[in-house]
Every structure is written in C-alpha cells, then in structure tokens.
Design a protein around this ligand. Structure first.
Ligand code: F6P
Length: 364
C-alpha cells in the first residue's frame, strides 16, 4: 500500500482541484492513501495541517477554481520566514523538518503541483534530501518549456479575451485608447493569445521591448482609417526599450519568491496620453485571470496530469514531471530538465506572424 502526499504551491490556477481529484481517485482505485498538505509545505511542517483526502472528500471539486489545499508563494522550506522568540522574522532552512515528517508519516511520494518556483523546490528535495517526488506543472502564464501547455492558461486567456471584447464598445463610444494589463511575467502568452482573439490594435510582450513611437503610430493610423479608438494589451512583464520592468513595492511580504510586477499598463496609458493627446484609460485584469471555474480544456488537462502522476508513481518513476507532449500524449520529463528553461514566445512563431499579418502592432 502506498501513501501519497499532495501539495499545491505558488500562485493558484484554475484546474488545481481537478489534479487533486484525479490523484485521489486514481490512488484509491489502487488501494493507496492520499494526504493533502495545506498551504504548500505547511502540512509537512505541522501535521495539524495535513488532511486525509478520500474520494468522498474530493467529490465535486473538479469545476471549482482555486485549491482546496490552499497555496502560498512564501513557503520555500529551504528559505522559510520563521518568527523567533523576540517576534522577529528570520529566514531559516526547515527542509530537514519536512523530511522528518515525510518519513514519520510513511509517505511513498510527494506530488508537488506548482510552477517553476515550486518545481525547483521539489527538485531540491528530490536531489538533496532523497524525497521521491512527482511534479505536476501549473501556471496561468504557460511559461514552462517542458510541457506544451499548463492548465489554468486556457481559462486565463478566455477571461482576458472576454474582458477585451467588452472594452471595444466603451472605447468606441468615447474615442478612447484603453490599455489592458494582463498577467505574464516573462512570457507574453496570455497577452498574445487574448490580444489576437480579442481584436487588439497593439500587443506588448516581455519578449519584444517596445517603442512607444510605434505604439502611437498605430493609434494615429487607426485615426487615418476612421477608427477613433484603440485597444492596447500589455503583459505585466513587458518593458519599453531602454526601460526596466515596472515592479510594485512588495508591501513587506517576507520570504516571497519573486518580485511583484504591475504598473506597466498605467505607464503606457500616461505616455500615450502625453504623446497623442488621446483620452486614455488603463485597467489591470490581475487576479481575475486566476479565478473562477476552469474551462473544459483546463479541467481535462488537469485530470489527465493527475492520473498520469499516479501512473508514474506506480511505475516507480520518481523525480519526473508529467507533461503534455507535442503529439498530445502524456509524457514524463526529468524534473532537472523541466526546471531548466522558461518557455518564451518565439518571435518567428505562427501567432506572431498572424498578429503582424492582421495589422496588430507589437511595439517594434
Ligand atoms: O506566475 C503566475 C502569476 O499569476 C504571475 O503572472 C503574476 O505576476 C504572479 O503570479 C502574481 O502572484 P501573486 O499571487 O503573488 O499576486
């Protein structure tokens, strides 16, 4: 009998519950047990935060957004913010405590559902501490190279596309430039897919440092063609040529694994206003893109990932990440490979060509 522990780490993504559902159902079908670790590794640090997951407990969770286990992006056990007796927060390595609890509970394997950061932590546990791990890729940004797609991305794109669709009428009524900031730290997949589908005039991606003059030329060109409004979609990680990515103050979030991005949409809106004298407005879609029920595509992918993870455990093929291969089949990629590189938008890919051919300005 095997006993698994599953955790969800990093920013949440629609489809996490579907992974949990599939892991629990497939494991129980084999006569195994599953525990959930709440808040990333919290359950492996404090047994009170472990919860036994049974098929009854996960009934009906597949269409629900978020994660029934909770998640955090400040929970790296190798660099954990811990309060000392004087009430001060210190960064400590508590990974040995995680391993002690993992062994004490008799766990066979840890199913780590997460993005690049969480998979890197899982890889460290596998290589430095000997924890058998299976990774399941998650991120709405779709920026993991080792898998064709991650779940959550399709839902985020569809939320962003719906929002852009709605902006056309109000932008047109007021002859305005509407700048929409979408998520995408290092990869512009959400901006590109939703921008093309939503009929944006300009799409700005982290992969193409943009020239504001080109953006304003496109807005002027719209005017020439009797279109007095424009929709600009900008990824949070996009940057103007000779400028840095715009970050927010992280508001004292100690132990956070990555900087908080945000603000590029408003910056672009202000610059466009100055240069064109057009009325401009900006909005940030933010966490709306991470919320809500997963699309059918994301549910199915997440369920397939969960079931594939259990098959890997059965085969004893640990320290791998499940992935969607180019032929649409489930694949297993060594964790080491999986965390090596991010998936950026290739500048010669068909979507970039399509955008240019249908007259979308990419800021270059
Ligand atoms: O990595 C996914 C992501 O949604 C990024 O696009 C975004 O920058 C980040 O998470 C936001 O994280 P938080 O939950 O800390 O606001």
């Amino acid at each position: 009998m095997k006993r698994l522990v599953i955790s969800t780490g990093g920013g949440d993504a629609p489809g996490l519950n579907a992974v949990i559902y599939a892991v629990v159902k497939a494991a129980y079908a084999r006569g195994w047990e599953v525990y959930g670790s709440r808040g990333g590794y919290r359950g492996l640090l404090d047994p009170d935060e472990l919860t036994r997951l049974t098929p009854e407990k996960v009934e009906g969770i597949t269409p629900i957004g978020g994660t029934i286990l909770g998640s955090t992006n400040k929970g790296n056990p190798f660099a954990m913010p811990v309060e000392n007796l004087a009430g001060e927060i210190q960064i400590r390595d508590v990974s040995d405590r995680v391993m002690k609890n993992f062994r004490r509970m008799g766990f066979t394997c840890h199913v780590a559902v997460g993005g690049d950061g969480s998979l890197e932590i899982a890889h460290r546990f596998a290589t430095e501490k000997g924890m058998p791990v299976i990774g399941v890729p998650k991120t709405i940004d779709n920026d993991l190279l080792a898998t064709q797609l991650t779940f959550g991305f399709d839902t985020a794109v569809s939320t962003a596309t719906n929002a852009i669709d709605r902006l056309h009428s109000t932008a047109k009524s007021h002859d305005r430039v509407m700048v929409v900031e979408v998520m995408g730290r290092e990869s512009g997949w959400i901006a590109l897919n939703s921008g093309i589908s939503g009929g944006a005039d300009v799409i700005l991606l982290p992969e193409i440092p943009f020239d504001l003059d080109k953006v304003c030329d496109k807005i002027a060109d719209n005017e020439l063609h009797d279109k007095h409004y424009a929709i600009v979609v900008v990824a949070e990680g996009a940057k103007a040529k000779d400028h840095e990515v715009i970050c927010k103050d992280n508001q004292g979030e100690i132990g956070r694994q990555e900087v908080l991005l945000g603000g590029i949409g408003e910056w672009v809106a202000q610059e466009v206003r100055k240069r064109t004298e057009k009325d401009t407005r900006s909005l940030v879609l933010g966490h709306l893109q991470r919320g809500g029920s997963p699309t059918t595509f994301d549910r199915l992918l997440a369920l397939r990932f969960g079931a594939a993870a259990v098959r890997l455990i059965e085969a004893g093929k640990f320290n791998h990440m499940v992935a969607l291969a180019g032929d649409g089949a489930m694949a297993a990629v060594p964790l080491e490979e999986a965390i090596k590189e991010r998936k950026h938008v290739p500048l010669d890919c068909d979507k970039i060509l399509t955008a240019r051919e249908i007259g979308i300005c990419l800021g270059d």
